[in-house]
Write a protein that binds this ligand. Structure first.
Ligand code: PMP
Length: 360
């Protein structure tokens, strides 16, 4: 094994079973609690040929994406999940001796993406769990090749507004690639558009990635897409898997895209349940609980009083739910909780209320 591969800590996915093997309701992977668009499931079921390789260029899907977002399909590249695109972007533009920068509490795949190609990850300090543009720019050196930014960010849910993103881009040298990872962009209030797609349309050094794993409810099919200048798309096309999207994935994604009513319902559900859950956390503020402001489909809850995140994690687990504890990412006193159904959120709220009553 190469030294730089040996230095990688493998990605740890969210749990779906308790320590004694019982299945848990998964509020640990930011999946869509409404499931998948029925139209997408039907399109997937209609695929009748798996003997033939899929379309290597996902033409129909890229065309549909282009129409929906007003982008030339030639400027779109699809990936086996957006994870593949993040990894390819690092691989195409960074190597041994180069640096890849991102903010503390950034998405954990950025570290792996940097290291797997021999580059050095450089982590900028955060500001209130979000992006500090000045601190990130201060980390950029002559060796920096790629800057990753998730907007909204996972695991914190924080959102970098349009003007700040523009300031970050303006502060970067033209030969540094800015990757804006918009896995949760569809959950952001429409008035809060971060302007990333406009940056990608107008500048040669901005790649924007999206996923079908979150609001489109297709995490199991592994579909992501990215857009940027032709030379960026060309670089990723050279090194991606030649048949990286399965036939069923392409069919399901295309149908999911056409069902924007499902997307709107998912957004509305998330918006109201997230607000209701944040209210619960705020009502427990006198016990040291605090919700980091989130524009995503999860909330990072901080435990700053007598009740520890670990105690809460265990009690939530006993109630039958998996949520995300990320001590390895520097968040020992926090839990990232995916917004589930109304009943699921009520159950989590009840566990937290019971626990805080116990510590009064
Ligand atoms: N970016 C962010 C910020 C994420 O949270 C995730 C999913 N955890 C991804 C990218 C990757 O998603 P996928 O590979 O399923 O498209």
């Amino acid at each position: 094994m190469k030294d730089w591969i040996a230095a990688i800590h493998a990605y740890v996915p969210g749990k779906s079973k308790s320590a004694d093997g019982k299945p848990l309701v998964k509020l640990s992977a930011n999946e869509n609690p409404l499931g998948t668009s029925p139209a997408a499931m039907a399109a997937r079921a209609r695929v009748s040929d798996s003997a033939t390789y899929p379309d290597p260029d996902s033409v129909a899907l890229r065309t549909a994406l282009g129409e929906l977002h007003g982008i030339d399909p030639a400027r779109i590249v699809c990936g086996t999940g957006s994870d593949e695109l993040l990894n390819l972007a690092a691989q195409a533009f960074a190597g041994p001796g180069d640096e890849v920068a991102y903010v503390r509490f950034g998405f954990s795949v950025y570290d792996i993406a940097a290291r797997r190609c021999g580059a050095t990850p450089v982590v900028a300090p955060d500001r209130d769990f979000g992006t500090d543009v000045d601190a990130l720019l201060a980390c950029v050196t002559q060796r920096t090749r790629v800057v990753f930014l998730a907007n909204p960010n996972n695991p914190t849910g924080t959102f970098l507004p349009r003007a700040e993103l523009a300031r970050l881009h303006a502060g970067l040298p033209a030969d540094v690639l800015l990757v804006v990872d918009r896995a949760y962009a569809e959950y952001v209030a429409p008035d809060d558009d971060d302007g990333a797609l406009a940056l990608a349309a107008n500048h040669a050094n901005v790649l924007v990635t999206h996923t079908f794993s979150k609001i489109y409810g297709l995490a199991g099919e592994r579909i992501g897409w990215g857009t940027g200048a032709p030379h960026l798309v060309d670089a990723l096309n050279r090194i991606r898997g030649p048949f990286n999207l399965t036939t069923t994935a392409q069919a399901a994604a295309e149908a999911a895209l056409a069902d924007q009513a499902f997307v709107r319902a998912s957004r509305a559900h998330n918006f109201s349940e997230r607000a209701r859950f944040v209210e619960v956390i705020e009502s427990l503020g006198n016990h040291g609980l605090r919700a980091v402001p989130s524009e995503a489909n999860f909330v990072l809850v901080l435990f700053e009083g007598a009740l520890s995140a670990e105690t809460a994690l265990n009690a939530i687990g006993e109630a039958g739910y998996a949520v995300r504890h990320l001590p390895g990412q520097g968040l020992p006193q926090a839990l990232r909780i995916t917004i589930g159904t109304r009943e699921q959120m009520d159950a989590i709220a009840q566990v937290l209320r019971n626990l805080t009553e116990g510590t009064r």
